[in-house]
Design a protein around this ligand. Structure first.
Ligand code: FES
Length: 179
């Protein structure tokens, strides 16, 4: 990371601390904000957050490790999380998983070489009667089939084309769901 990028990142975290408060209570909101804007929380960020909040980096690491939605590794612009809990499992999540892996050419836990897609497992997303369910960034998709996987990925790719022209640093926000 370039020095200017680090300075910008630190300035951004300082702004968030001003908003959320200069103590431990700001820790989770600040980490969530970094996760949302940059797609992951690096070790450098954890050190900066610890420094600004005057707490030990181990404490920041402990909190960041506890929450599954806070990741330490750089993830794709689109993070696809497929529910693997029992209802979705019984409603065909394996077929959906295979389709995702085939279409993207990666396994769960991996990111495509172009940095666009990350595949992850999720536990129950609260849509058990409409499984299989998956989350793309913050948008939920239900009753997903291998056929709708193709539509969902196409929607992401189309959107990426738009955002790629704007050098957008945050995760992509998806428009209306695929019918
Ligand atoms: S089991 Fe998949 S959403 Fe609940």
């Amino acid at each position: 990371m370039l020095v200017s990028e680090r300075e910008q990142l630190r300035a951004n975290i300082e702004r968030q601390v001003k908003e959320f408060g200069n103590d431990r209570s700001a820790l989770i909101p600040v980490l969530q904000d970094v996760q949302h804007k940059y797609g992951h929380v690096s070790e450098y960020v954890m050190q900066v957050v610890a420094d600004i909040l005057h707490i030990h980096p181990v404490e920041v690491y402990g909190v960041a490790s506890f929450y599954s939605f806070i990741g330490h590794k750089q993830k794709g612009r689109f993070i696809i999380r497929l529910c693997r809990t029992i209802s979705c499992d019984m409603q065909g999540k394996d077929r959906v998983a295979r389709q995702l892996e085939n279409d993207l050419g990666i396994q769960f836990g991996e990111t495509t070489p172009d940095g666009n897609f990350t595949l992850e497992w999720a536990n129950c997303l609260g849509m058990c009667d409409q499984g299989p369910a998956l989350l793309v960034n913050e948008r939920i998709y239900t009753k997903v089939t291998p056929e709708t996987v193709h539509d969902i990925l196409e929607e992401c790719r189309t959107l990426f084309g738009v955002y790629a022209l704007q050098e957008k640093e945050t995760l992509c926000e998806l428009p209306t769901p695929v019918k």
